[in-house]
Design a protein. Structure first.
Lengths: 79, 359
C-alpha cells in the first residue's frame, strides 16, 4: 500500500539526441507509470518543444525549467 | 492548429515557398527555385567531384541556409557545438539519401515545389516519401538509435560553415577556380547576392520554426502531431499561389522541367530518401539547419550528401529527365544501386539499437 502511494519520479537524459528519439523515450516513460513525474533533460531547440507538445496533447501538465546546458521538461501524470 | 505555437513554422514554410517559387522566375532552374539535393549536387560538380557538365555551380543558397541558421541559433542562444552520434553512419545515410533523391531528381522541398507547379510526376514520389517516413518511424518504435551526441570542441561546429564560405569567396574572387555549367540546370541561376540573401532568410526562419519536410510527416504518423506538418502545407500553398501568379503552373505529367515519369522509380527513390531522413533526424534542409546550429554530425551528413551526389553522377546512378517524348529515369546501374541502398539502409536501421537505459 505504501509502495503504491509512493511518488514515482523518472528522469531520462535525452541530451544529444535528435528528434524523434526524445519524444519516443519520454512517451515510453510516461506509459510505464500510472501516476507520477517524468523529468526529461534536453538540449535547447526542438526536443523541448516537441516533448511539451506531445505531453500536453496527452492531457498532462508540463513545466519547463532551464538547466546549465539545456532544459528540464517536467511532465506530471496525475493518473 | 494552435496558432500560438505553430505560427513560426507556418511563417517559415510560407516564406520558403514564396522564395522557392520566385527564384525560378529570377533565373534558377524551373521548378527548382530551391532544391537542397540538386544544389548540393551542383556544388559537388563545381568542386569537380563529378563530371556531369550540366549540373555544376556553386549555389549560394546552401551557404545561406547554414549561415542563416547559425546567426539565428546564436541570437537565440541555441548554438551548441555537439557531435559523436554515429558520425560515420550518418555520413553513409546522407550518401544513401542522396542516391534516392537523385533517382527522383529532387529533395522533399523540390518534391513539394514540383507538386505546387502542377508536376504530377511528383505524386508517386510523395507517396514514396510518406511510405519511407512511415518505415523510418517503425524502426524508431522498435528501438533504433544512432546514440547521443555530446559536447565537442567548438571548431568542429563551424567546419561546414567555414568550408562553404571559403568556396563561395573563392568562386567570387578567383574566376574559373570552380566549375560552372554553360548549359543545363547548372547554368540557370539568379544573381549570387539574391541567392545568398534568400538562403540566409530561409535558413534563419527554418531554424526558428524547426521546419522539416520529414518531421512534418513523421510527427503526424508517430504521435498525431500536425505542428511541423503545417509548415509543409504552408510551403505548398504559398508556392502554389506564386507559381500560378507568375504563370509557372503547368498541370500534368508530360513536359515537366527536370523531371521524369518513371513513376515506380520516383516512388522508390523518395521512399529511400524518406527512410534515411527519418533515421538521421530530418530532411536535407533540416540537416543544413542543424549543422548551422553547431551539430557536427549533421555537418558530416551534408558532406555525405555531397559525396553521394558525386558518386551518383560519376557512376551514372542519377536519373535522367524525360526528353522529347522519351521517358527518362534511372539507368540499370541506378536501379540496382537503389535496391542495394534500400537493403543497406534497412540493415543499418535493424542493427543500430539504443543502449539499455537506466531510467
Amino acid at each position: 500500500m505504501l509502495q503504491r502511494e509512493a511518488k514515482i519520479e523518472i528522469e531520462i537524459d535525452c541530451r544529444g539526441l535528435l528528434c524523434p528519439e526524445p519524444v519516443i523515450r519520454a512517451r515510453r516513460a510516461l506509459e510505464a507509470i500510472e501516476k507520477g513525474k517524468v523529468i526529461v533533460l534536453v538540449d535547447p531547440g526542438a526536443p523541448k518543444e516537441n516533448i511539451s507538445r506531445m505531453a500536453r496533447s496527452m492531457g498532462y501538465d508540463v513545466e519547463v525549467e532551464p538547466t546549465e546546458d539545456g532544459f528540464k521538461v517536467i511532465v506530471k501524470k496525475s493518473g | 492548429m494552435r496558432w500560438g505555437t505553430s505560427l513560426s513554422v507556418v511563417l517559415a514554410g510560407a516564406l520558403f515557398g514564396i522564395l522557392a517559387a520566385s527564384l525560378s522566375k529570377l533565373g534558377n532552374p524551373p521548378n527548382m527555385g530551391v532544391c537542397v539535393a540538386c544544389f548540393l549536387r551542383d556544388i559537388a560538380g563545381a568542386l569537380g567531384l563529378h563530371n556531369a557538365e550540366k549540373v555544376q555551380y556553386m549555389r549560394p543558397e546552401i551557404v545561406g541556409f547554414v549561415l542563416g541558421a547559425y546567426i539565428s541559433a546564436m541570437l537565440f542562444g541555441e548554438f551548441k557545438p555537439r557531435g559523436g552520434s554515429s558520425p560515420l553512419l550518418r555520413f553513409v545515410l546522407g550518401m544513401l539519401l542522396m542516391f534516392g533523391a537523385l533517382v527522383f531528381l529532387g529533395c522533399p522541398a523540390r518534391m513539394m515545389l514540383r507538386l505546387s507547379a502542377g508536376d504530377m510526376t511528383a505524386v508517386a514520389a510523395l507517396v514514396g516519401w510518406i511510405v519511407g517516413v512511415y518505415i523510418g518511424v517503425q524502426f524508431f518504435k522498435a528501438g533504433f538509435s544512432l546514440g547521443a551526441a555530446s559536447k565537442v570542441y567548438s571548431l568542429n561546429a563551424i567546419v561546414l560553415h567555414l568550408f562553404l564560405v571559403t568556396i563561395l569567396l573563392l568562386n567570387l574572387l578567383i574566376p574559373n577556380i570552380l566549375r560552372s555549367s554553360i548549359s543545363g540546370p547548372g547554368a540557370m541561376h539568379t544573381n549570387w547576392l539574391i541567392s545568398l540573401c534568400a538562403g540566409l532568410l530561409i535558413g534563419s526562419l527554418a531554424q526558428r520554426g524547426r521546419l522539416c519536410f520529414a518531421g512534418g510527416f513523421r510527427d503526424l504518423i508517430l504521435i498525431g502531431d500536425a505542428h511541423l506538418f503545417w509548415g509543409v502545407i504552408s510551403f505548398f500553398i504559398s508556392a502554389l499561389i506564386i507559381n500560378i501568379a507568375l504563370g509557372q503552373f503547368n498541370f500534368g505529367i508530360s513536359n515537366q522541367p527536370v523531371a521524369h515519369s518513371a513513376h515506380i522509380w520516383n516512388f522508390a527513390g523518395m521512399m529511400l530518401a524518406g527512410i534515411c531522413a527519418v533515421l538521421i533526424g530530418g530532411c536535407p534542409l533540416r540537416q543544413l539547419v542543424l549543422a548551422g546550429e553547431g551539430n557536427s554530425d549533421s555537418a558530416l551528413t551534408v558532406f555525405g550528401m555531397l559525396f553521394g551526389a558525386a558518386l551518383a553522377h560519376n557512376l551514372k546512378l542519377a536519373a535522367t529527365p524525360d526528353a522529347q517524348g522519351i521517358i527518362g529515369g534511372p539507368s540499370i546501374h541506378g536501379k540496382v544501386a537503389l535496391l542495394i541502398a534500400i537493403c543497406a539502409v534497412i540493415l543499418i536501421a535493424s542493427i543500430s539499437r539504443e543502449k539499455t537505459e537506466q531510467s
